[in-house]
Write a new protein. Sequence first.
Length: 284
Amino acid sequence: MGFGHMSLSSNWKNIHIPHAPTLIMGILNVTTDSFSDGGLFFDRGIAINHALEMEAAGADIIDIGGESTRPGAEPVLLEDELNRVIPVIEAIRSASDVCVSIDTYKADVAEKAIKAGANIVNDISGLQFDASMADVVKNNNVPVVIMHIKGTPREMQKDPHYDDLMQEVVAYFQERVEFCHQHGIKKENIILDPGIGFGKRSQDNFELLRELKQIADLGYPVLSGPSRKSFIGLTLDLPVEERVEGTAAAVTASILNGAKIVRVHDVQEMKRVVTIADNIRGLA
């Protein structure tokens, strides 16, 4: 799987086994404008410490991003993104063997991040925004998260609409999986993410959680990322920092409906949620 000495490698191979425990992906935004924690971890030292804290709290994967993909976000220059994420990845790798994911849709960033020690590419565009990304994934033999998105971060929430949400999302993944196969990406390296909050209305996000099994039934591990998102805030009328209970409910639903990885901000709290959900489903 391209993990080399990584301690997670044995667990990663087991992720395709139906009864493997759920993996926790901790979010590390090295940005100034991410929707939930923009600016909190922009300082390199703080970012590195937070990554190690998340690992200690139970994160199996640290997902590092240098460009906000919140609704309305402006693109970040390549050099700026590199300057944000590469030193953090190098520092984490020198201190820990925790699995590292690079959250980017730019092939150059992914390539340099892998060389710095990243193990997974998390591409919100599903390999669509950069024609070279598929080759980077194939040539480095790393897992890749293929996310569903409607539009681009800058305009995806302006007026999203679906005639049949699940049919369209499943068809999208079928097409993207075929694209991966045609470009030499191994089946065992493909992970599917329904893209909660990415070109979705609130009711769409709830439907994705409710019908997640339709995506899991495609035969690939599913990653779910509902953490602190706006559909939770709108439903509960709560600001970002008070959405932990709503996130816990969404994470539980994700696991019960087939998610193998959950992407979260609040690792300590969600580790407890995941443990209970895994026991309910008989995965622990």
